[in-house]
Ligand binder design. Structure first.
Ligand SMILES: NC(=O)c1ccc[n+]([C@@H]2O[C@H](COP(=O)([O-])OP(=O)(O)OC[C@H]3O[C@@H](n4cnc5c(N)ncnc54)[C@H](OP(=O)(O)O)[C@@H]3O)[C@@H](O)[C@H]2O)c1
Length: 340
């Protein structure tokens, strides 16, 4: 039996416990051992939950920690402590990966453990692992992704006739959007995700601040009708192009010939273009308790299969990118068009 801990018992943290509980026999099959959640740490007073990180990092039985608290602090300090004790950390926290992923990955390597963050981009879609394992030998010229389910849900519903505020309210009522939805609708969540993806494929660290970012608050019903008349859909995309180190988040016109055109509701779709393989499209649930928790558990399994060594993500070696650019909009047009 292998012991792990969960930091932050909210949506995703409780999902991790559920995935491990319900899919224990599948985990045992792939790992040859069972996984047991020995500690749950949370700020709230829940029976059986601990509040002191030292109890966890000083327990030699704990082999992996799942950080599902979110935010920079205390997630950064706790992750740092865990890695320095040689305990691998798996996270869903894109904010932390964007801000400190390089440093934490280097600490993990130094201490022969791993820092993995599959769940931080694309929720349940096995996106980072695919990029790491299947695209390592490719020259990736472009990644274009619908990376925020809330925005996609709103735009899909606007296409069906709802106005922005009704569609947003519905997303909030269904639990897709945050109570404060600014990070979603203003594009910042997508910016963090495309910056992580660009960093993985380019070998340079793009930070969230370098992303030219425009959200969907300015998209009108008329824009959507105009796009439809031209056989296109408006989608909030994060787009990285290797040429000119270009990185942007903005509403794009997506032609019906693109596989991203048919990605609707809360679903995410990510198209990766390699110089040999051409276009590869990944599709699935980009958020939500169980899909995201499943991605965290996939990282736990990878860490445990590589106990005592470091899973190389490439993040530890990234140098900051000096300057990033953004493609300009066509003259007189409110939106860029996604090319083939
Ligand atoms: N929800 C999704 O679909 C999704 C998808 C992909 C990635 N993520 C990422 O996953 C992370 C967690 O998201 P979530 O939706 O699970 O959030 P959440 O439901 O708010 O869960 C976070 C948990 O951590 C606890 N916590 C906060 N500060 C703490 C502290 N100082 N010490 C101990 N516990 C603390 C919170 O307690 P309180 O409630 O008392 O504050 C809460 O129980 C975030 O980084 C998010 O961006 C979420």
């Amino acid at each position: 039996m292998i012991n792990i801990a969960i930091l932050g018992f909210g949506n995703i943290g409780s999902g991790v416990a559920e995935v491990i509980g319900e899919n224990q026999s599948e985990i045992q099959k792939v790992l040859g051992d069972s996984v047991h959640v020995k500690y749950i740490l949370d700020i709230r007073d829940i029976p059986g939950v601990v509040n002191d990180i030292n109890m966890i990092v000083n327990d030699p039985d704990v082999k992996v920690i799942c950080e599902t608290m979110g935010g920079k602090e205390p997630a950064y300090t706790y992750t740092h402590q865990a890695l320095e004790h040689g305990i691998s950390v798996c996270t869903s926290n894109k904010e932390l990966v964007d801000a400190y992923g390089v440093e934490l990955s280097a600490i993990a390597r130094e201490h022969n453990c791993s820092y993995l963050f599959e769940a931080s981009v694309g929720g349940g879609i096995p996106l980072l692992r695919t990029i790491r394992e299947a695209f390592g030998h490719e020259r990736v010229s472009r990644i274009a992704g619908i990376l925020n389910g809330t925005c996609n849900y709103i735009l899909t519903n606007m296409k069906a006739g709802k106005d922005f505020s009704d569609a947003l309210r519905e997303a909030q009522e269904k639990g897709f959007a945050e109570r404060n939805p600014a990070a979603d609708v203003e594009g910042h969540d997508t910016a963090r995700k495309i910056a992580i993806l660009a960093s993985l494929v380019s070998g340079k660290k793009f930070s969230y601040e370098q992303v030219s970012c425009e959200g969907i608050t300015g998209v009108t019903q008329q824009d959507i009708a105009d796009a439809e008349a031209r056989g296109m859909s408006i989608k909030l995309l994060g787009v990285y192009e290797s040429e000119g180190s270009s990185i942007v988040v903005a509403p794009y016109l997506v032609p019906s010939s693109s596989p991203l055109y048919g990605v609707n509701d809360v679903f995410n779709g990510i198209m990766i273009t390699g110089n040999m393989v051409d276009n590869v499209m990944l599709y699935g649930r980009g958020a939500g308790k169980r899909p995201t928790a499943s991605a965290v558990v996939s990282d736990v399994i990878e860490c445990l299969k590589n106990q005592g060594s470091n899973v190389h993500t490439g993040f530890a070696d990234l140098e900051p990118v000096m300057s990033a650019s953004a493609p300009s909009k066509p003259e007189g047009s409110k939106f860029r068009v996604l090319g083939a």
